[in-house]
Every structure is written in C-alpha cells, then in structure tokens.
Design a protein. Structure first.
Length: 501
C-alpha cells in the first residue's frame, strides 16, 4: 500500500544526498528514510580561489528527484513535497535577468582573511552581536560580501540567494531567503527574525550596500509553490508537487531531528563540522556570550540554536585526504580501531581553533599545534586519529558546559546526530568527557528533520516540535552510551582542558 513520501535534498560539504522519507504507520507514525542519490561535493580551486561546483550539485538534485519519482511510481507512493537544506553562509549572486553570476565561492576560501577585523573597525562587533547574535567567523555572508564589495560581479548583482534557496529558485522560479539559513548571514535581526535594516544602513555607509540584494524572508513550514511544470514533467514528478521551505540550514534541520524527550538536552550535530549547543526560546546576546563566540542561529518554530562551531570530522577527513595522497593507509575503520588502542588524552589540540579552517596538510598542522602547546606531537597515524577524537570530545565538553552557563540552563543528556553517530569511539568519549549520557542517532539527522517539517507543512503530520521529534525517534535506531565507561575519569579531562589554556 502506498505511503505519503517526501524528498529531502541534503547537501553537505563533502557529499550531497537526495533522500526519500516515507511516512508510515497510521496512528503511531514513523518515517522510513532511504537514499536515492548521493554525489560527491568539495571545493574546486580556480586560480587560487575555492569555489563550489553548484551546477554539478543542481544536476545531482535533478538525478535524485528523477530517481525519487521512479521509485514512488513503483511503490505506489504519493510524492507530496520537496525540501532542500545545505551548509550555511554561501550564496550565488544573480544578475537583473536572474542569471547566476559565477560559481559560489567556498566558505573555506581565504578571501575573507582579515575582513571581520576591518568591518568591525567601521561597525563595532558589539553593535553587530546585539542585533544579529551571530558568532564571528570569517566566512559569515556579510564578510564574504564585504570582501567582494568592489568587484564587478557584486556591482552587477541584483539578488543574493543562499545555496538551498538558489537550488529552489531553479526548481520553482521563486526567489526567497529561508530564515534559519538567513540567520547565518550576519544581516538578520535575530530577535525579530527579519532583515536587520538598521545594521544594513550602517554597513551601506561604511562597508557596502547589501540591502537591495536580499530577497523576502520565509519561515520553515511555508509551502513555497509548485515545482515548475516543465521541470516536474521532465523528471517524472507529480504535476504541482510543492517545494516546501524546511530548516534550509542543515544544522537547523538536524536539530529538528534530535530525538529529545524533555527540554533538558544538549546536541552535537556531528558531520564535517560539530555544532554543539542548546535549543532556546530567545537569543543570548550578552557580552560574555559574544566573547565565548557562541552563536544564536534561528531554528524551526521560533526557536534559537545556541551553539558553538567545533571543527568536527573535518580534521579527520583532511588527515585521510593527506594520507591517501601520500600513499599511506587511509581506511577509516582500520584507523579508528587502531586509535582505540592508543592511551587516551596523551596529546590534545584546540578543536575550536580557526587555524584548522583551511584545507591542506592537516597532520602537520595538528603536530605543530601540539608542539606549540608544549606537548609531544602524535607519532603515528593512530595517535593522530586518537588526538583528534580526544580533542573533539574535549571541545564538546567545554561547549556544553559553557552553553549551559551562558544560557542559565541545565541538561541531562547529550544527543549526537549526523554522520558522527557511526563513530562509536567518539560517542563513548563524548559521554565520558561531558559526564552525561549520550544518545546517538539518527545518522541522517538533517534529512529526517527536513522530511518532518515538510510532512507537517502539507498536513500529513501534526503538532509541535516535540510531536515531530517523537515521530522521528520511532524509526531512528538510537544507541545510548553511559558516561564513565572508558576508564578516563573527570580529572583527566579537566587536566587536558587546562593543558590547552
Ligand atoms: C554545517 C554548517 C554549519 C556552518 C558551516 C558553514 O554543515 O552548516 O552550521 O557553520 O556548515 O556553512
């Protein structure tokens, strides 16, 4: 018997996925996910500037939609919506004809080096944070636009669309800015969930005029309109299938899928980045929060994602890439098994540090960071992997405790969602480091959150965020890790933390 099914497009920095979510089970609904297309993604260096190959991503989306249409037909499912989420901040610029002006630049490109400092000389950091509540990262959209301020491309631009909105525009012809992702631009008023007109006016005088580039905002859950007839027809999709605004920032969709049972939870959305924090009703805009570089990004249903960016599995991915290029063993399961045998906390690095942002030479940069902090650098690949995992767990510990202190909250559990769920050693270390139980799952957090919001938007699911989470949890295959199982006790973690200061 056919089910209502939704297509979630979830684009990560290292791969794009098109995933179908089928809503099953009548009175006790659950969601069954399966992948219909996966394609590689990554930076493309053009004369020293890192870009995204966004047309290739568009093709991956089209191929995925076609596969989803075929499958729904075979199963007798009703395909009832499409939603798109991706990493944040990056964008395409459109000219007056709505044509893309060049490939989006990758957020790890160095064009924004030194730009935040320059912008803050004109419009102070404090004045920014009081309005946008956003962490300072060189790649914030605002700083990318500032870096491009005098280019011919920006002069010709009429619209700026964030990556999921750009891909949505190619499907529907509608130009909008979905608000969870817009909250990572630096140009949004986080309390009002509207473009920050006052801040934009000051930037226009001192940095560059960006306000005219910003399309109307939409909230997740809004039905944006039908996929264009010729597109839907060409892909074998039902006529009139809607594009639904989801938490188009992947982290916002991932947080929807956190299978929390109470409000007393922290999360680690663990993929290329690890986003570590809390869900709040209102932003924390204090100077203390700003100094700790916590960010207030917007979530679904009026929520705020109060979190810190920890460098994440990027550290591991980049080591693997370097090793593979050098002809060294680069099989992740083997390396993780070897890392599990290395004594814990021998050497740690600061996994929040921007020094690891750019690609290239990661094992050497980790060794250099260890030396600089007076430690013996890792001596083998296994020790390097162990150093990364211990350092990530340590950064999670610090982020959870600081988030709680700054927001005046307490938590009983840490939820890990995303690809990191598969890394059992990391999950175990996270439970130990935080002193809290870790509930790991779902793996495809962003895709699940994307599907849940779509299903509610078209009336297949109902209720609050908590109700959606209960639906998501049913099919998720969660694994629980208790703290204190690995023999590394609290004072070892505290000592390792002190070593980095
Ligand atoms: C995770 C993520 C983070 C954002 C970073 C860059 O995929 O979206 O939330 O800070 O990528 O866009």
């Amino acid at each position: 018997q056919g089910a209502d099914a939704f297509v979630a497009v979830d684009l990560g920095a290292s791969s794009g996925r098109v995933i179908v979510g089928r809503v099953l089970g009548g009175a006790e609904p659950r969601v069954e996910l399966h992948e219909v297309n996966r394609f590689p993604n990554g930076p493309v260096d053009v004369r020293g500037t890192l870009h995204w190959d966004v047309l290739r991503l568009h093709q991956g989306v089209l191929d995925g939609l076609r596969a989803a249409g075929r499958e729904a037909h075979t199963r007798g499912d009703r395909l009832a919506g499409v939603g798109i989420d991706s990493w944040a901040v990056d964008h395409g610029l459109l000219d007056a004809d709505g044509v893309l002006l060049g490939n989006p630049v990758h957020y790890r490109d160095t064009r924004t080096d030194g730009v935040p400092e320059r912008v803050y000389e004109r419009v102070p950091a404090r004045d920014h944070y009081a309005v946008n509540g956003l962490q300072t990262q060189p790649f914030n959209t605002e700083f990318q636009l500032a870096a491009a301020a005098r280019t011919a491309q920006l002069a010709a631009a009429r619209d700026m669309l964030l990556v999921p909105d750009l891909l949505g525009y190619w499907l529907t012809g509608r130009r909008v800015a979905e608000v969870t992702n817009a909250s990572t631009t630096g140009l949004l008023d986080v309390r009002r969930r509207e473009w920050a007109t006052g801040l934009l006016a000051r930037l226009a005088v001192h940095v560059g005029d960006f306000a005219h580039l910003l399309p109307p905002l939409v909230e997740p859950g809004q039905v944006l309109g039908p996929v264009l007839d010729d597109v839907a027809h060409g892909l074998g999709l039902p006529a009139g299938i809607p594009l639904v605004a989801v938490g188009s920032h992947d982290t916002a969709s991932a947080v929807v899928a956190v299978p929390a049972q109470t409000e007393r939870f922290a999360y680690v959305s663990c993929g290329t980045w690890s986003l570590v924090g809390l869900e709040l009703d209102a932003p924390v805009l204090t100077p203390e929060s700003q100094d700790a570089n916590f960010t207030n990004e917007l979530g679904v249903d009026g929520t705020v994602r109060y979190l810190r960016n920890v460098m994440g599995l990027w550290l591991l991915q980049e080591c693997l890439r370097t090793w593979a290029a050098a002809g060294l063993p680069a099989d992740l399961p083997d390396l993780l098994a070897a890392a599990a045998q290395v004594p814990p906390l021998t050497v740690v690095i600061d996994a929040d540090s921007p020094e690891f942002l750019a690609p290239g030479d990661m094992p050497d940069r980790i060794a250099a960071a260890a030396t600089r902090t007076g430690q013996t650098p890792p001596q083998s690949q296994a020790e390097t992997v162990r150093c990364i995992l211990d350092s990530l767990a340590l950064a999670y510990r610090r982020a959870v405790s600081e988030a709680c202190a700054l927001a005046g909250r307490e938590v009983d559990v840490v939820h890990v969602v995303g690809g990191g769920v598969r890394n059992t050693l990391l999950c175990r270390l996270t439970a130990d480091a935080t002193g809290l139980p870790v509930v790991a799952g779902p793996v495809e957090g962003a895709a699940l959150g994307n599907v849940l919001v779509q299903a509610r938007a078209v009336g297949v699911l109902h209720g609050s965020l908590a109700d959606l989470r209960a639906v998501g949890a049913r099919g998720a295959g969660l694994v629980r890790y208790e703290p204190g199982q690995s023999g590394v006790d609290e004072h070892h973690w505290a000592a390792a933390e002190a070593r980095l200061r």
